[in-house]
Design a protein around this ligand. Structure first.
Ligand code: IPD
Ligand code: CA
Ligand code: CA
Length: 275
């Protein structure tokens, strides 16, 4: 989209994510040196994560005073305007960041009375800026995005997020292994890149044909849900008609594969959490 057509809201969000992104890239360079230290780099990463959040909050607040916030690190902050809420993950893909893998992002969405108006997902390590506005489409930098056109689950590349120590019970992990086993046998490949916001951006960009994950948070998915929808894809709850923003159990895909993928996962018990 030519620069002239970009909205004031785009400019506000871009300024915030680029500023926080610059800091993250600087810190990412440091993290690589810290890998060898005995204590490890995790305290440092947590400091970088909080610093990114502070920058995003300050920039967004300055441009839109009074808007409310839902941020991963500082939680909910009610502004004088309760209808507008910025939903922010200051560093998605923390484990990658910690291990020196340049696949992480900042995710910022703006919600108005529960409706997603705009979303931005920025991977500063490769300078990929994904953005979408309600009714105006989804973009990667200057390029308009469309979900993939694949029709056959057997040819599809599916992204997912695998639970880890401390995330879910032993039962949850067993159920997840069942979903993984069945999906790998039915598709052309499964990927676990490690940043849910980017997984959704990849579906919007047609790199992935679909994606599913259990137990996500609003800040992981708010921007990505709008991105996929504006790119012509579908997003839903793994079990029923609920809003995946509320349940966090999300499945998404292009227009042709969304139903087959969701149906297939449901036959296996969906998230494993429905009654
Ligand atoms: C995590 C990443 C990961 C997903 C986890 C998230 P964080 O976010 O998005 O891909 O599998 O569920 O919690 O902790 O890196 O912001
Ligand atoms: Ca996250
Ligand atoms: Ca995070």
């Amino acid at each position: 989209m030519p620069q002239a057509y970009r909205s004031a809201l785009y400019t506000v969000m871009e300024r915030a994510v680029r500023k926080a992104g610059k800091q993250l890239v600087r810190d990412f360079g440091e993290v690589e040196h810290l890998q060898v230290s005995v204590k490890g780099p995790s305290d440092f990463v947590s400091t970088a994560d909080h610093a990114s959040e502070r920058t995003l909050k300050a920039e967004l607040e300055k441009a839109r005073p009074g808007y409310s916030f839902l941020m991963e690190e500082s939680g909910s902050t009610r502004g004088t305007d309760r209808d507008h809420v910025w939903i922010v993950d200051p560093l998605d893909g923390t484990t990658n960041f910690l291990h020196g893998i340049p696949h992480f992002a900042i995710s910022v969405a703006l919600e108005h009375k529960g409706e997603l108006l705009a979303g931005m997902i920025y991977n500063p390590a490769v300078d990929e800026l994904y953005w979408a506005e309600k009714g105006k489409g989804a973009y990667l930098n200057d390029r308009r995005l469309r979900v993939s056109g694949r029709r056959d689950l057997g040819e599809s590349l599916i992204g997912t997020g695998i639970p880890f120590r401390g995330r879910g019970t032993e039962e949850d992990h067993k159920h997840y292994l069942k979903l993984l086993g069945a999906t790998m046998a039915r598709t052309a490949g499964l990927r676990r890149p490690g940043a849910a916001a980017l997984d959704l951006a990849y579906v919007a960009a047609g790199r992935f044909d679909g994606f599913f994950e259990i137990g996500l948070n609003k800040w992981d998915i708010a921007a990505g849900i709008l991105m996929v929808r504006e790119a012509g894809g579908f997003v839903g709850d793994m079990d029923g008609a609920a809003d995946p923003m509320q349940t966090g159990n999300l499945v998404t895909g292009n227009a042709k594969l969304f139903d087959p993928l969701r149906g297939f996962l449901r036959e296996l018990g969906g998230s494993g959490k429905s009654a």
